[in-house]
Write a protein that binds this ligand. Structure first.
Ligand code: ADP
Ligand code: MG
Length: 226
């Protein structure tokens, strides 16, 4: 089943002479269980594409079906529900909430989803162990290293059992060794059958996934399958 089905997606910003087309007729289909990297230089449209896939922004034209549901037909409330429950976001700067403990950060998406406290605690605790940080449940994000914070962010992204993990330069703020450990964790998640879309400008990182989609000046150039 296709989790993501983009057809002739175009995105422009600005008006009149300032109008800039950032994505040009992008076609992209991602099946359940695929691990895909989207590779392109700075300014090529990667984050714009991620925002559309993540239902954070809407295309100027074209169609987007997420799990066979036409996203353009959904209300703002329904889009917010999809963002929270179907998509696990992972960012370069982790974006943990500083005043919540590690466990509370991981539980937060489940509060929005209306899950009981007992189940929230159970699922967050299990995932914290899964990312190798069981002993860090009650500390605050600033007490962790960058790599540990990104592990917490990955646990938070997984906690709603989303259809899709969407990561934008997840190793961009980490040193090389820590970045490789995070990439190893993504590989384990891919081996477990998670659907992952990772955005990167780094060719070496992109090559760790089975499928690399190249983007240049808003055009998807190739979508090679190894
Ligand atoms: P990347 O993530 O590959 O670096 P982006 O998708 O962030 O690329 O940006 C692609 C182009 O779109 C850039 O030229 C950028 O300036 C422009 N752009 C991105 N977001 C906006 C916006 N909200 N308004 C106007 N221009 C934007
Ligand atoms: Mg970007």
């Amino acid at each position: 089943m296709a989790v993501v089905e983009l057809t002739r997606i175009t995105k422009s910003y600005g008006e009149g002479d300032n109008r800039q087309t950032v994505l040009q007729e992008v076609n992209l289909s991602i099946e359940a269980g695929e691990y895909v990297t989207i590779l392109g230089p700075s300014g090529s449209g990667k984050s714009t594409l991620m925002n559309i896939i993540g239902c954070l922004d809407i295309p100027s034209s074209g169609n987007y079906f997420l799990k066979q549901e036409d996203v353009s037909r959904l209300s703002e409330d329904e889009l917010a529900r999809i963002r929270n429950q179907e998509i696990g976001f992972i960012f370069q700067q982790f974006q943990l909430l500083p005043r919540l403990t590690v466990l509370q950060n991981i539980e937060l998406p489940l509060i929005y989803a209306g899950i009981s406290q007992k189940e929230r605690r159970q699922r967050a605790t299990d995932l914290l162990a899964r990312v190798g940080l069981a002993e860090k449940a009650s500390v605050y994000p600033h007490q962790l290293s960058g790599g540990q914070q990104q592990r917490v962010a990955i646990a938070r992204a997984l906690v709603t059992k989303p259809a899709l993990l969407l990561a934008d330069e997840p190793t961009g703020a980490l040193d090389q060794k820590t970045g490789q450990q995070i990439m190893a964790l993504f590989q384990e998640l891919a081996d477990e059958g998670k659907t992952i879309v990772m955005i990167t400008h780094d060719t070496e990182i992109a090559q760790q996934a089975k499928r690399i989609v190249r983007i240049e000046d808003g055009h998807v150039k190739e979508a090679n399958q190894k």
